[in-house]
Structure formats: C-alpha cells, structure tokens
Design a protein around this ligand. Structure first.
Ligand SMILES: [Zn+2]
Length: 200
C-alpha cells in the first residue's frame, strides 16, 4: 500500500484494513503499527471493550502476533483518551481494532482525529455472517483514503473467499441464531461466493 502514498502528503489520513475472517487483517494491522513504533512514533491503539477473547489489554492475531491496546467502551471515551494523551505528547498514529463493534459515532471521531494530523489505521470486518455490511466499516470504505480489502482462502474449495460462514454443530447457522450460543460447537469458516450458504 505504501507505493500509493505520495511522500509530500500532509499528515493525517485514514487507512482501512478490512475483509472476511482468516484473511490476515490483524497481522497486517499489527505489522503497520509496529513499523511506526520501531521508528519511535507515538502510537496509541484502541479496541472495543467487548472483545476479550485473549486478553483485556493486548490485541492478538491468530498467528500469535500482539500489540498493546487500550479497551474503550465507546467512541466518546476513545476521543477523550486521545485528547488527554495528545496534551501530554503529540500522537502520531492511532490504531483502532474491531471497529465494527463500536458505536456509529466512531466514523465522525476517526475523521476528526485524521483532520488533526494523525494517521488513523482502522481494522474491521466488512460483513457479518449473513453477508450484510457491518456498521462503521460500510461508511469507512467511503471515508478512508486508503483501503485494503483482504481475502481469505475458501475452507471448502480453496478459491478466493470474501465471506464468513458461521457454523453451529456442523451446519451453517440460521439468520436468527443468537450471537452467543451457550455450549454449542461453534466455528467460523472463510467461504467463496460459490460455497457460501446464505443463512435463512
Ligand atoms: Zn469455495
């Protein structure tokens, strides 16, 4: 993506990393942020409080890469922390993981932060398991200067996959299946257009 960047660009823009599950989005997100950290830039990384799969403080990729992050409950808290930190030391880079789980005001907040001269690197799923657009990512696809839409490999046929199939007890989950199924054998698979089964 760097080849598309004009070196004379004034600082402050949005980079969106998106796509389905198992596309390596989190690896790409962490890789980009770490480059700036190695260069002693002031990097601040946020994630929504609800995502505590591995750790309350860190973001982990499936391959085991990790980066420190600050869990926030909403876009207001994120902006308040940004402002407070900005007073102490100028922030160069903001990272936001799992942006689809934040409230819709986050899009405005991200834009405001970019206007203030900060590079905002955002990671999020573009579609849910019903293949419907996720909130925030749908708007950021339009708003961001740079978009990288990563694909995965279809678990069924090995083709290019851009959808996520939710599977419960070996069968594609129905559209109205609750998001949290207690004690069910639940998993997700990347699927291509042809192998994906639209939940009814
Ligand atoms: Zn397939």
């Amino acid at each position: 993506m760097s080849y598309r960047m004009n070196p004379n660009s004034k600082r402050g823009w949005i980079e969106l990393i998106t796509g389905c599950m198992f596309a390596g989005k989190t690896e790409e997100f962490i890789r980009r942020l770490k480059r700036y950290k190695y260069a002693q830039q002031n990097v601040l990384v946020f994630k929504p409080l609800i995502d505590d799969r591995y750790s309350k403080q860190d973001i982990f990729s499936h391959s085991g890469m990790s980066i420190e992050s600050l869990p926030v409950k909403d876009s207001t808290e994120l902006y308040e922390i940004f402002k407070a930190e900005q007073v102490k030391k100028k922030i160069d880079i903001i990272g936001i993981d799992e942006v689809q789980f934040l409230d819709i005001k986050i899009v405005e907040v991200i834009s405001k932060i970019a206007d203030e001269g900060v590079i905002v690197i955002v990671n999020g799923l573009d579609k849910d398991f019903k293949n419907n657009p996720f909130q925030n990512v749908d708007k950021l696809l339009v708003e961001a200067e740079y978009v990288d839409k990563l694909t995965s490999i279809c678990h069924k046929c090995g083709g290019n996959a851009n959808r996520t199939q939710r599977i419960i007890d070996g069968k594609p989950a129905k559209a109205d299946e609750p998001i949290i199924v207690i004690s069910a054998n639940e998993k997700y698979e990347a699927r291509c257009r042809h192998c994906y089964i639209k939940p009814e």
